[in-house]
Design a protein around this ligand. Structure first.
Ligand SMILES: [Zn+2]
Length: 158
């Protein structure tokens, strides 16, 4: 496991597992040199925070990947990054998001949880802004999507 400032990088299989906070020390644009063949796969499930300088570096990474002709896949995109993808179109680049976390809440027991959505398997519903149904891990009741779908899923319709 490597660290760049408060960010961690852990290469596993075909993916680079990125965790922690993405800031000016992250040097994300250098990830492009780590592509395998024509693909750069980032697993972002453990990212907790990104600041404005981290966002700038993220956009540089996307631009460098496009220039190099790489296919970028983003897996398990954590909620702080989903918010950036929604707010700043330039952060999306040409990347394919194959799965991402989203907020759900259980009305029955009050549990709130960030749950993983498979963006490929649920593509048809997500285009129609329908959150996939989820079951509460605590009590087994149906959970409700805990954000506005038209806002939270907007990065998928770029
Ligand atoms: Zn529950």
């Amino acid at each position: 496991m490597e660290t760049r400032g408060r960010m961690t990088i852990d290469p596993q299989g075909d993916a680079l597992i990125i965790g922690g906070a993405i800031d000016e020390a992250a040097a994300l644009h250098e990830m492009v040199t780590r592509a395998q063949g024509n693909r750069l796969v980032l697993d972002l499930g453990a990212v907790t925070f990104i600041n404005s300088l981290g966002v700038r570096d993220w956009i540089r990474m996307q631009a460098a990947a496009q220039k190099a002709g790489l296919d970028v896949e983003l897996r398990r995109v954590a909620e702080p990054l989903v918010h950036q993808l929604n707010m700043i179109i330039a952060t999306r680049g040409n990347a394919a998001v194959t799965s991402f976390f989203a907020p759900y809440a259980c009305d029955a027991c009050g549990r709130e949880e960030s749950l993983l959505i498979d963006a490929v398997a649920n593509a048809a519903g997500l285009v129609k802004l329908e959150p996939p149904p989820m079951t509460c891990p605590e009590c087994g009741a149906a959970m409700a999507f805990n954000d506005f779908p038209e806002r939270y899923f907007s990065f998928l319709s770029s």
